[in-house]
Design a protein around this ligand. Structure first.
Ligand code: C2E
Ligand code: MG
Ligand code: MG
Length: 282
């Protein structure tokens, strides 16, 4: 009826939808402009070796700033970029900033830390972006073991075969791979059996209230034992308090990352942090 039709039209042109369509376009434009002008900000968050209390490596995290919209989270622009076929460009940008960063650390301090780079489900399934990353490494004259690729578990559900093939290839080429945000949502032990990862990153939501969660601690300590048997490193993500750190250490986790040590920092600030390695407070 005319009435129903009218209602549908109203819903379609509702201010909210109109706004979200506009916002989507604006975001797409922001991304492609930021790519053209190299305006993404690539931050590096230290990963700490708890046994030595020193920096073990960094995770590279992309940020986007817009004068009009303020800070835009990767949780927003990554899916948008993926839809518009721009995600490989972002990853290559992240990878090249990471190369510059590692080069600076090499030249200044003769260090070769590894940098973790996040990749999406689609990128893992298709695998094309890694050819370009290999090219980039050749251009920079750097070896593959500087990079560890992080994939979230949900990625593995989308194209199991494709993911398994790419993961094997990456490992054979000498890259490291880690399973990101383990312990939330989809967690499945069969993934650990089927796909071989170098590192297991335990999601911060799993570690948040661990101090008074005996079942959680029991599960985590089995996960750690299993990881050890499978020759995987374990990283505790999102450590914010001493209390969390103490629990994590008591369970035998050797690597941690979180605001307690340092937030993600722009390259220069992260370099300065490396310079005063011992000055990390926690
Ligand atoms: P992630 O890979 O799990 O990265 C960790 C996120 O936790 C980062 O958020 C980091 O800033 C945040 N974080 C670190 N320590 C703490 C802490 O102590 N407390 C709390 N509350 N948060 C902490 P960020 O940078 O907003 O990134 C969100 C997600 O976006 C990342 O999660 C990653 O999956 C994705 N992402 C970021 N950069 C890229 C990228 O270049 N490519 C892809 N594909 N994804 C990216
Ligand atoms: Mg990550
Ligand atoms: Mg994570």
């Amino acid at each position: 009826s005319a009435k129903a039709h009218g209602k549908m039209r109203f819903e379609f042109f509702s201010p909210q939808l109109e706004h979200s369509e506009q916002a989507r376009l604006a975001l797409d434009n922001l991304i492609s402009k930021a790519l053209d002008k190299d305006e993404f900000i690539i931050c590096f968050q230290p990963i700490i070796d708890l046994r030595t209390r020193r920096l073990a490596g960094f995770e590279a995290l992309a940020r986007l700033y817009s004068g009009q919209h303020g800070w835009i989270s990767p949780l927003e622009f990554v899916p948008a970029a993926e839809k518009r076929g721009m995600i490989d460009h972002i990853t290559l940008l992240v990878a090249s900033h990471a190369c510059e960063f590692v080069k600076a650390l090499e030249e200044k301090y003769h260090l070769q830390p590894s940098v973790s780079i996040n990749i999406t489900a689609g990128q893992l399934a298709v695998g094309k972006v890694f050819d370009k990353i290999n090219q980039l490494l050749v251009e920079f004259g750097m070896s593959r073991n500087i990079f560890e690729f992080e994939v979230t578990e949900s990625a593995l559900f989308e194209n199991r075969k494709g993911c398994a093939v790419t993961l094997d290839k990456l490992r054979n080429q000498g890259f490291r791979v880690s399973l990101d945000n383990f312990g939330v949502g989809y967690s499945s032990l069969s993934h650990l059996k089927k796909f071989s990862f170098n590192t297991l990153k335990i999601d911060r939501s799993f570690l948040r209230d661990l101090h008074d969660d005996e079942a959680g601690q029991a599960i985590l300590s089995s996960i750690i034992a299993m990881a050890r048997k499978m020759d995987m490193a374990v990283v505790a993500e999102g450590i914010e308090t001493m209390q969390q750190l103490e629990v994590v250490e008591s369970l035998g986790i050797h690597l941690a990352q979180g605001y307690l040590f340092s937030p993600p920092l722009p390259a220069e600030a992260a370099l300065a942090l490396y310079e005063q390695d011992a000055a990390i407070r926690y």
